[in-house]
Design a protein around this ligand. Structure first.
Ligand SMILES: O=C(O)c1ccccc1NCC(=O)[C@H](O)[C@H](O)COP(=O)(O)O
Length: 233
């Protein structure tokens, strides 16, 4: 899987439609967060997921950590992919693989100023049960691990791409302006953005920002694929 584009933080059906119309692949729904500050209800997320056509995919983004609860929640919402942002142990990831063998599992690697060794260990101990890793940014001021709008040290993401046996999605402060440089520097299999695609006043996705983000990402993936002698999906 190479050249995938995810847009996260879907608020409603109109936003999901806009993102698909502008060419993104996967839609991320942030649900069951620790701060309980979800942007939409679980019922609304389930209805949007149900309407997604083959070729696109709905992904739950969550802090759940228990395999039984994760598998049951995915079945309830009707998704076939989950992005785990909490501290899920390798044992729970292994149990999740047994409980839901067809579920596509993304595991976050939250980059801080000094935690590369910890992230390397997560990759080594979890890769067997993960389909894709996602690097993201930590905000030391708030403790937030996602939707921070902050970039992190891209050399850390690039190192994780090099050592991971599984593909890596890159996130954290990506925008239409920096996504091409990020893909060229880090060489991830996929990219994800949330706040960098929002209109600052309304906090809703801005069609032009989504359009340019997708165009810039697709062009950069194609350039990197050509350089590396592989084909972009
Ligand atoms: O998207 C959220 O609302 C969210 C909330 C809490 C944890 C993670 C969350 N999202 C994970 C993502 O995939 C975001 O798109 C990613 O953090 C990038 O966000 P941004 O830096 O705003 O582009």
């Amino acid at each position: 899987m190479y050249g995938l584009i995810q847009v996260a933080g879907i608020i409603d059906q109109a936003e999901a439609d806009l993102i698909i119309e502008e060419g993104a692949d996967w839609l991320g729904f942030a649900l069951r967060l620790p701060a309980k500050n979800e942007d939409l209800s679980e019922a609304d997320a389930a209805a949007i997921v149900k309407a997604i056509q083959p070729g696109n995919k709905g992904v739950i983004i969550t802090y759940l950590t228990e395999a039984d609860e994760i598998a049951a929640f995915c079945a309830e919402i009707g998704v076939s992919a989950i992005q785990l942002h909490g501290d899920v142990t390798p044992a729970e990831l292994s149990r999740l693989r047994t409980l839901a063998p067809d579920l596509y599992v993304l595991k976050s690697l939250v980059v801080k100023s000094d935690n590369i060794d910890e992230l390397r260990t997560i990759v080594e101990t979890s890769a067997e049960w993960v389909d894709m890793f996602i690097t993201d940014s930590f905000n030391p001021a708030t403790g937030a691990k996602g939707a921070t709008g902050l970039t992190h040290d891209w050399s850390v993401s690039a190192e994780l791409v090099r050592i991971s046996p599984k593909p890596l999605m890159m996130a954290g402060g990506l925008t239409p302006e920096n996504v091409a440089a990020a893909i060229e520097a880090v060489r991830p299999a996929a990219v994800d953005a949330h706040t960098g695609l929002e209109d600052k006043a309304t906090r809703r996705k801005d069609r032009e920002k989504v359009r340019v983000f997708v165009q810039e990402a697709r062009a950069a993936f194609a350039r990197v694929a050509a350089e590396d002698g592989r084909s972009a999906s």
